[in-house]
Design a binder for this molecule. Sequence first.
Ligand code: SF4
Length: 424
Amino acid sequence: MKKYIIISLGCSKNLVDSEVFAFITESACYQQTEDPAQAELIIINTCGFILDAKEEAISTILEAAELKSTGKCKKMIVTGCFVKRYFEDIEKSFPEIDEIIQLKDFETYKKILNIKSDEGRKLLTLPHFAYLRISDGCNNHCSYCAIPSIRGELKSISLEKLLENAKSLVDRGVKEIVLTAQDTAQYGIDLYGRQMLPELLEKLNEIKDLEWIRILYLHPAHISTLLIDTISSLPKVCKYFEIPIQHINNDILKSMNRKVTKKQIIGSIESIRSKIPEAVIRTTLITGYPGETEENFEELLEFIKLVKFERLGAFTYSREQDTPAFDLAEQVLEEVAEQRKDMIMALQQEISEEFLAGLVGKRIKVIIDKESTLEDYILEGRSYFDSPEIDGIVLITEGKAEPGDIVVVEITDSWEYDLIGKIV
Ligand code: SF4
């Protein structure tokens, strides 16, 4: 059977598109391989919103081109956000590419493979968890962000369609559904004229055999009391809040067009923590945004020390064409931005160590992902506060369980970002 590989770069939203491309490819009688050297067809679903992502897309295309000249590969197809932003440049620069397909242009892909097929998803995640993209595009227009120019304005998927998708995922053995979008908190505002995430969660919570519902990308300006109360009241919704705040200084937040103030952000965090004591908050921060002074950065460090996010990621500002921030004065030197990012991550490592050490001796629920490849450990899983691929893991030393099982684990030890425990 002909083999294909799909290389999915970037975020969970892009992965959902890759799963549709994979489904169509298998409808054309290709078999998936993880080894690019074995593939006759290489599909690269690119990311293109910041410099690092664009560089990764280019190096992946060049590696595939190398395989075309030396290996089994007969056809290289490139799609995704990098294509949406730079179609002509890619066409000129990479003659090795056989087909360049626009973002989510599944119909053209079917024509290229000369097939008619329904649309479906071949899950590229572990079989027991899956992403559910609830909308695409974004209306927030943050000053540094190219995503609205790539993915367009916010477009929510109807409640009925999402419930149908969720039920079909659960019928296929999915236990954990991870809700993803550019801004999940704004779900439904375009389609229903109001935020519908609370209602969606209520409905998802009723789905039999669905065990965990996780929410990503909650924009801090759109977190309502109703949403916090809904998450608090629904047993299947993980008490995990992924809230990218990006910065805390009011002038920087204003320049970023984040539509939220320091006071509001602190208010939401305090409300979450007072209503849900076991809540875990994850955030992401940008260092080196134009105009960020040493004082602004000190304010951010003090804020991190105050809030002690259980999970945190930091990125340096990426100066992106066609974004308002591109032309701002007072661009910060890259090495200064890097230093600031490193200082944040060094501080966060201490905070994470303290948080996890505090769980030793406690019992928490863990979803088992797979057998561990690490010596001394039998299984690997994630707690309710570990999102797939971005947070830590739980390594199991004792007990029996299968991938997809949700078990109670007694924590016996902790590392910087990971936990160790035994099934009880
Ligand atoms: S919320 Fe802001 S950063 Fe996120 S996708 Fe929308 S415009 Fe970009």
